[in-house]
Design a protein around this ligand. Structure first.
Ligand code: ADP
Ligand code: MG
Length: 322
């Protein structure tokens, strides 16, 4: 079995090209980096715990992807360009095939976003992965949660609801009779695509933004409370995949999934009316939908065909309470 030093050397060091702004990566007491002038550094940390955020049966590739994707999603929601990541990993044992698969998926996603692993810590313990990501955002252009105004359009990227359906499949709380639909949704649960490009394209355009990690309603509430506003959501405008429609068998249930599905890692953002016409050009090639409007009411109202609906929506739960 490899010792700790060799383990780090073999799996976590020298797996990526050096970014120009990384002066010193793994191997010393600290990493040294050169931040660009004129930018803030956006920093975020997310932890994934076995049994809470993924099941012990999850593949190492899926775990690695989910860990990095959830962190990249926070940078995206701030409009930041990814730069550096540190990893705290605790593992019950050294399982080299597991580590090799984990690192392969981790570095594949990291390289796609030009984010470099610059350091971390490796310990023995229950399987837990904590990543701290850092990115750049030009001074004054970060997408915060607090500036949504009455009349702003409310938008989301991609489709919503698949991650919750995927969780149903993983926990077997609901299954489609079609095996291939179950497989696609389970994959979408673990392999979401962080909306980094959308985030940077929304700089200077979105009045507020957040990534959907707890469910659209729960996350939109964060924007509304920070901005001291309310919202009308047109439930018919919620973007829903054909697979989710097939899985739920009803428009209403699919929409309820879209409103409460967590760990989607899509962006929810608001845009002032006069800037809405610019979105098509700014987000060219990125799927997005207008789902409602900011109000002054202080609450979220759900509309279907212009009428208010009163759906009992439960929040998002992880695999178990924590
Ligand atoms: P220290 O005793 O100074 O904390 P460590 O022995 O924990 O150093 O780590 C040695 C080097 O390897 C450090 O530069 C650290 O950043 C890096 N490192 C340790 N674990 C990881 C990891 N999981 N991913 C990336 N780098 C790591
Ligand atoms: Mg250490």
């Amino acid at each position: 079995m490899l010792g700790e030093f060799n383990l780090i050397e073999t799996y976590f060091s020298n797996q990526q090209a050096n970014r120009d702004d990384v002066v010193l990566a793994q191997g010393d007491d600290c990493a040294l980096v050169s931040p660009p002038s004129g930018c803030h550094i956006a920093i975020s940390t997310d932890t994934l715990v076995c049994g809470t955020h993924f099941l012990a049966s999850a593949s190492p590739e899926d775990i690695a992807h989910k860990a990095l994707a959830s962190n990249l999603s926070d940078l995206a929601a701030m409009g930041a360009t990814p730069a550096w990541v540190s990893m705290g990993i605790s593992m019950p044992e050294v399982n080299e095939p597991w580590l090799a698969s984990f690192c392969q998926a981790f570095f594949e996603l990291a390289n796609q976003h030009n984010i470099q692993l610059i350091g971390g810590d490796t310990t023995k313990g229950p399987l837990t992965i904590t990543l701290t990501v850092q990115g750049f955002v030009p001074v004054g252009q970060a997408l915060t949660r607090g500036q949504a105004q009455e009349g702003d359009g409310i938008y989301v990227t991609g489709t919503l609801g698949d991650a919750k359906a995927g969780l149903d499949v993983i926990l077997k709380t609901r299954l489609s009779t079609q095996h291939d639909i179950n497989q696609i949704l389970e994959k979408r649960h673990y392999r979401s695509t962080p909306q980094v490009l959308a985030g940077t394209q929304l700089r200077g355009l979105a009045s507020a933004a957040i990534d959907i990690s707890d469910g659209l309603i729960a996350d939109l509430r964060h924007i509304l409370s920070r901005s001291q506003r309310g919202a009308i959501i047109d439930t018919e405008q919620l973007p829903i995949s054909n697979e989710l429609l097939c899985f739920t068998g009803s428009d209403m249930l699919a929409r309820q999934y879209a409103l409460t599905s967590g760990e989607e890692y899509q962006l929810c953002f608001t845009v002032p009316q006069h800037d809405e016409p610019k979105l098509d050009q700014q987000l060219a090639g990125i799927p997005y939908s207008r789902i409602g409007q900011i109000t002054n009411s202080g609450r979220i109202v759900l509309h279907e065909q212009g009428c208010e609906v009163d759906w009992e929506l439960t929040g998002y739960d992880h695999f178990k309470d924590h």
